[in-house]
Each structure stands twice: as C-alpha cells, then as structure tokens.
Design a binder for this molecule. Structure first.
Ligand SMILES: [Zn+2]
Length: 425
C-alpha cells in the first residue's frame, strides 16, 4: 500500500512538474509575443487572433527570425470622400446659443455607420482650425475645433490637409489644424511636423498602406510663411518630390494612395495637367489616386501597371458644404461620393484592388422658419445622406429633395464611370 501511494505521488509530482514547465514555456512565449506587439504600436488587431495558440510554441521560438508565414489573404476596405468645406451655415447649424457650444455630430448621422465600417476612412478637410482667428467661411475658412469631434465620431482615420485653404489662418493655423486632428486621434497629410508625416504609413489589417498628399497652391497665402516653412512643412506639387516620395513609399509599404489637390473648380472633366500628373503617379508606383479641389465629381480612370488595374478618381467632389444649386447655381456641388476600394494581399503577392464601389452622397439643407441668422448665415439644418438609401423609399424626404437625391445617384455613378473592377456600377 505504502509503495503504491508513493508511486502515485511520484506520478502526480511528475505530471505537476511537466505542467509547471509547460506553463513557464507558454508564459515565456506570451511574454515574447507581447513584446513583439509592443515594439509596433501601430500594429492593429491581427486578422488571425488565434495564431498565438495555433502555431506550435517550439517552432515559433526556434524560427525567431523567420516570420511565421500566414497564407491567409489579408483584406482591407478603404473608404474615401471629398471636401469637408465648413461654411458659416454649417457652424450656425452646429451652434447652441444657450450653452455657447458647437456640436456638428448630427450632420453625419446618416453616413456614420457606413464610414465607421471602413478599415481606413479618409477625407479632405478644406480649411483651417485656429482659435487665434475669427470663425469664418469663404474666402478665409476657419472652423470651430468641435468640428473635429464630429469628424472623429463619424469614423474618419485620416484627413488630408494638402489644399489651397490650409494657410487660411497662416502657418500657425496649419499647425493648429493638424494638432486638433492629431489630438483627436486622426492622422493628417499635407502638414509635416515630423519626418513620418511625409509618407504616412498605417498598418490596416496587416497591409501597410502609404498615403501622400500634395496641393497645386495656397491661394497666395504662402506669402505669410517663410521659404523654410513652405518647403519643409507644406507639400506643394513639385513633380520630382512626388516621384521621390512615391519611390521611398514603395520601400516601406504594400500599397500607395496619393491625394492630389488640383484642377479647375466646377469643371466636370479633368485638365490635361491632372491627367498627365495622375498617370505619372501611377507610373511611379501609386496604386490609387484620389483627386480633389474641383468641388464636383470628375470621372475615374482604370490604368494598368504590371498587369494589375490601378485606380484614378480625378475628383471626389464635395462631401459636406453649403455649396448647392441655390447658393452657387451648380447642382453638382451638392453631390459627392464615398469611394469604397477593397484590397487584398495574398502572401508575398502585390496588393490587388478586388473591387471598387461608388456610394453617391447628397447634402440635405432644411431652412429654418422663421428666418434667423447666426454668424451671418441663414439658419438651416444640414445632413449628408447616401443617395442609394432613397432609391426605393422616400424615408420622409419631400418630393423635390427626393428627385434631386435619385438624380444624384444615377448621374454620379454614370459620370464616375468606374470600369475594370468588380462591383464597379
Ligand atoms: Zn481646393
């Protein structure tokens, strides 16, 4: 009896020791993998959360310098839209007289869920945000900082500041605009305060996405900054710089998106300059070019490079603004589009664009009666809507608006003319 008890104890002790060793090994492995993650703060949650347990511990420890090959395809949904152009009517709509505060959130109520569904969601913010200057609209745009909260809540990850209005509150306004977005957790393009701003790389579901942005000019406001500031902090369109940046981006990323800001305002077609430069960008290594500045949607183009389809959208138009048929006599300024580009990376293969979808948008403006003015603007409620939501249902929209929304849907899709990709309507 005694010896049997002993052997049972020995077996139990052995099992316990084995378990202890196994636990230590697992803890060590966990510690190692945690450290790996900590070294890369931009690493998002991996698509394979179970890979920790699926990969044998020993193999991972032995092959430390050989990364574990995950054959599963990596995918990302990129959403991009045009101008957030904050006219006084928009901040009048956001203003609460009693509390003397701004809240822009309701303007994004109908688009927020979809914008948040993007793995990477990007817009062009056209204007400045500075508390040193008066709130203002055209020609010197300066919006309240609270606007940034609504942009953040709407799901945007990145905004481009490379446009002709970023110096509207001078150099310090460009810096404060960037700081307001960055402090809210939104990355910015077009204002460089550290080297990593020039080529912004974000890890999106394991795919390294590089983003670059440039503008044709600054409305003459470049006179208010030094040459040093102009060349080192801003990103004017200088072809050899763009080429060098794209080539550098190729070394550190899997896919490159460029946001050029140029063209002629309210022109429905790109200029030859746009066509030439945007084609060059693709030639130099860009995969997607999302243009802006004309305030109206311009067509897309599919360009082949290395046997793969690359995408140019010459202009994505306005996303939110007070420009519309009634204010600037151009119905195309109240229309915009969210481009949905789904990309895939399989193993060591180059990133491919799997599908491109256009989601036309329309800005609703409901004028408030009786007539009231704030910040010099007639009080009205604004809201961006997806035109596709109103094709089969009026969702309470009046007949005139409904007609404009439905025309927006068909005419924007038709004018964009996306071809060569799956899902292109
Ligand atoms: Zn512009």
């Amino acid at each position: 009896m005694r010896s049997r008890t002993n052997s049972v104890q020995i077996i139990l002790a052995s099992i316990l020791s084995l378990l202890l060793v196994l636990m230590l090994v697992l803890l060590g492995y966990k510690f190692l993998s945690n450290n790996q993650v900590a070294d890369e703060p931009n690493e998002p949650v991996t698509q394979n959360p179970d890979s920790d347990t699926e990969n044998p511990v020993t193999e991972d420890l032995v092959n430390e310098d050989e990364p574990v090959v995950v054959n599963e395809a990596k995918r990302a949904k990129i959403l991009a839209n045009g101008d957030l152009l904050i006219h006084p009517s928009l901040f009048a709509d956001a203003y609460d007289v009693e509390s003397d505060t701004f809240d822009f959130n309701h303007q994004y109520d109908d688009v927020r869920a979809f914008l948040q569904s993007g793995d990477l969601t990007i817009a062009n913010y056209e204007g400045s945000i500075s508390t040193e200057y008066e709130l203002n609209g055209y020609p010197i745009f300066n919006a309240p900082p609270e606007m940034v909260d609504a942009v953040k809540n709407a799901g945007y990850d990145v905004v481009s500041l490379a446009n002709n209005h970023i110096l509207d509150s001078h150099g310090e306004g460009a810096l404060s605009t960037k700081a307001f977005f960055n402090d809210a957790g939104i990355d910015t393009l077009g204002v460089i305060t550290q080297e990593s701003d020039r080529i912004l790389v974000r890890d999106v579901n394991g795919i390294k996405v590089a983003m670059l942005a440039y503008t044709y000019g600054y409305n003459g406001m470049e006179q208010t900054v030094t040459d040093e500031f102009y060349y080192s902090t801003l990103t004017p369109i200088i072809e050899e710089d763009i080429k060098a940046d794209i080539e550098a981006a190729k070394e550190i990323s899997d896919v490159i998106i460029v946001f050029p800001h140029m063209g002629v305002e309210y022109m429905m077609e790109p200029t030859q300059e746009q066509v030439d430069l945007y084609h060059n960008m693709i030639e130099w290594g860009a995969d997607i070019v999302f243009g802006n500045h004309p305030h109206v949607v311009q067509p897309s183009e599919t360009v082949q490079r290395d046997g793969l389809n690359k995408l140019i959208v010459y202009s994505m138009g306005n996303f939110i603004s007070n420009q519309r048929l009634e204010t600037v006599d151009d119905i195309w300024t109240e229309r915009g589009v969210v481009l949905e580009v789904n990309i895939v990376k399989e193993g060591d293969q180059p990133v491919e664009i799997e599908s491109v979808l256009a989601h036309p948008t329309w800005v609703e403006k409901v004028i408030i009666e009786p007539e009231q003015y704030l910040f010099g603007a007639r009080l009205a409620n604004f809201r961006v809507v997806f035109a596709q939501d109103y094709l089969e249902d009026d969702l309470g929209m009046d007949a005139n608006s409904l007609e404009r929304i439905r025309a927006t849907y068909y005419e924007v899709i038709d004018h964009l003319n996306i071809t060569g990709f799956e899902g292109g309507q």
